[in-house]
Structure formats: C-alpha cells, structure tokens
Design a protein around this ligand. Structure first.
Ligand SMILES: *Cc1c(COP(=O)(O)O)cnc(C)c1O
Length: 219
C-alpha cells in the first residue's frame, strides 16, 4: 500500500470504530479529504486508493487544480469548506457539489441568484459560529433561525450545518450543540470534525468529517 492508502485506511478504520461505539452506521458518514495547499501529485494517490470526496477552502485554488483531476477520474465530489465571497458565488456553484460556508444574508442572496441561473444547486450547509467567537466566520447561533428562513424564502434548500469549534477548547460540547441545532431545524447533515477530533465528532452525530493533515501530512 502507498503511504496515502495506509493513512486513508487508518482514518476510515477510526471512523468505523467511532461509529460502532456510537451504534451508528459507518456508511452514513462521509469522509472529506481536505486537499487545500496540496498539489495534484499528492492528491492522485488518494484518488487511486478510492477516495472520492475532497474539500478545498478557496475557489481560485480549486478552479486551478480540480478540472484536470476530475477529467482523469469520474465520480469526484468537491466540497467548498472555506469562506465564500458573494462575487464568487457563480463560480462556486459551477465548480462545487457542496458548499459548507453559507453564513450571511448577502451570500444567501448571491447563491440563490447563482443557482437559479445555473439551474442547479449544490448541497448547502450553513456555517455556524458555534463558539460565538469574535473573529470567526459563520452565522451567530442566535441569527441561525432568521438565516435559515431567509434561505428558504430565497428558494435555497439548506441540507445541514457546519462548524469549527473554538481552537482552545474541548470540542465535544460544541459538536453536541451543532447536532442539537441541526435537529431543532430539521436538517439532516452535520459537517464537523477535523484531523484532531473527527472521532469525537462521529460519536456526536457528524455526517461529514473534514480531514486534511491526517491524510496528507502537515501543510
Ligand atoms: C483546513 C480545514 C480542515 C482540515 O483541517 P486538518 O486539521 O488538517 O484536518 C477542516 N475544515 C476546515 C474548514 C478547514 O479549513
């Protein structure tokens, strides 16, 4: 096995183990390999090992890397996990199968327009600033109901919630809170958990984990 295949097998086994402990079906948990900053040469071994879901945090970088990689392999699913500027909404809708960073009214409006024009909608997650941190992206917890209502009124289907817990704190309570918020609003998907805490996230209801370092090594 290549290094990439070994790391992938290990992460998949860890996800399956966490799912089992929580009496969940591992099949219900999507592993997103976060390939930001990594070049095609580092990504190909993971694709060869059977990984199909990938995450990028910049539209520009993804647009430069992925069209060629996609032409090589059918069935790639591309997730945007980083902040999105409203003026890049059209490009993002064209390029990505899922957007995890819907976090404000202006972006909801830009995405609604872009999706109507494209005649398709990526899977959408509202990013919640789950720790109500000053400088962090995401919609404030208190503003979530209004943003979800606005998205609905604009004709967007929101499929789930995404969050990044405060870096310096125990993540579990924040994962539990995101799960609770998704439940409260009838949303099926929860995008939570990164290299350091994806097993905890799986035990607390993650449907999508976003793992970079544990698959690719340090950036
Ligand atoms: C970079 C990034 C990740 C992956 O982080 P690792 O710690 O390398 O697994 C996950 N989610 C988001 C939003 C990111 O920007």
């Amino acid at each position: 096995m290549s290094d990439a295949a070994e790391r992938l097998a290990e992460v998949r086994a860890n996800i399956a183990g966490a799912a089992k402990r929580a009496q969940r079906e591992p099949a219900g948990i999507e592993l997103i390999a976060v390939s930001k900053t990594h070049e095609a040469a580092a990504i190909r071994p993971l694709i060869a090992a059977g990984q199909h879901h990938f995450g990028e945090n910049r539209v520009q970088e993804a647009a430069a890397k992925w069209p060629a990689l996609r032409a090589e392999t059918p069935g790639i699913v591309l997730h945007l996990i980083g902040q999105l500027q409203s003026n890049k909404a059209e490009e993002a809708v064209a390029l990505f199968d899922a957007i995890h960073s819907v976090d404000r009214s202006s972006l909801v409006q830009a995405l609604a327009k872009a999706c109507a024009k494209a005649g398709k909608q990526p899977q959408l997650f509202v990013q919640v600033n789950i720790g109500d941190e000053e400088q962090k992206g995401g919609c404030a917890v208190a503003a979530l109901p209004a943003l979800l209502a606005e998205a609905r009124d604009a004709g967007l289907k929101i499929d789930g919630l995404m969050a990044i817990p405060p870096a310096t704190q125990e993540p579990a309570p924040y994962f539990a809170l995101l799960d609770e918020l998704a439940e409260r609003h009838g949303l099926a998907l929860r995008s939570m958990g990164m290299s350091g805490d994806y097993e905890t996230a799986v035990m607390l209801g993650a449907t999508h984990v976003r793992v970079g370092t544990a698959l690719f090594g340090a950036r």
